[in-house]
Design a protein around this ligand. Structure first.
Ligand code: 3PG
Length: 206
């Protein structure tokens, strides 16, 4: 399952693509760098088509990110997304995604959010925005009452703090945009992405 793949790589690259033309070379850079996963965020007009290109290439696990509405979730499924990630826990969106037959990893940052996720039978949630909500210390505290819940911290994760999150048993994987930042490929050369991805993969190795 997509969550098993995330548990192996322990990293989810969070991508905001401005141009559909960048989707294929970005997917290739992820594969060559050793991280065949792409969370394409629905923050740009290019998202659905970029996700479809990523899904059609067959080499990366296509995940839809920043899904805020039922329509976006349906568009993501149509584009071939194998999983949906949301910044918050919107019960309407969660129900819709589960009906579509896709796994969903909703964003949470409070005990109440976690209990809402548990009521849907979810086992993995995104802790977002991780650093702003107290980072590793908050995650540890949340695991007290909810030892059954596993997390994908995202938001402010960098090469400097990645290992401290991955050291927690409750953490499945970390999300982050640093290795796929548009500034790395604005000149059309995807070498810097490849290198940043490779470095991130090395850091995430147990
Ligand atoms: C997300 O949508 O998950 C975040 O914007 C990614 O956070 P980061 O840019 O701080 O890595």
């Amino acid at each position: 399952s997509p969550l098993d793949v995330l548990a192996v790589y322990r990293l989810a690259p969070v991508i905001a693509l401005g141009r559909v033309e960048d989707a294929a070379p970005l997917a290739e850079a992820l594969v060559v760098g050793g991280l065949p996963i792409a969370e394409v965020t629905f923050r740009t007009a290019a998202a659905a088509e970029s996700l479809r290109i990523m899904a059609d290439c067959g080499d990366v696990l296509p995940i839809a990110g920043t899904v805020l509405t039922k329509d976006q979730a349906s568009a993501a499924a149509d584009s071939g997304a194998r999983m949906v990630v949301t910044p918050g826990l919107n019960p309407v969106v969660v129900e819709h995604v589960l009906k579509l037959g896709l796994p969903i990893c909703p964003g949470v940052c409070t005990p109440s959010d976690i209990e809402a996720a548990l009521s849907f039978g979810l086992e993995v949630v995104k802790f977002f925005p991780a650093e702003a909500y107290g980072g590793v210390a908050t995650l540890k505290a949340l695991s007290g009452p909810y030892p059954m819940m596993r997390f994908m911290p995202t938001g402010g994760i960098t090469p400097a703090n990645l290992s401290s999150y991955l050291a927690l048993k409750s953490v499945v994987a970390c999300g982050g945009s640093w290795m796929v930042a548009p500034s790395l490929y604005e000149g059309g050369d995807f070498g810097p992405v490849e290198r940043a991805v490779r470095e991130a993969v090395t850091l995430a190795k147990p």
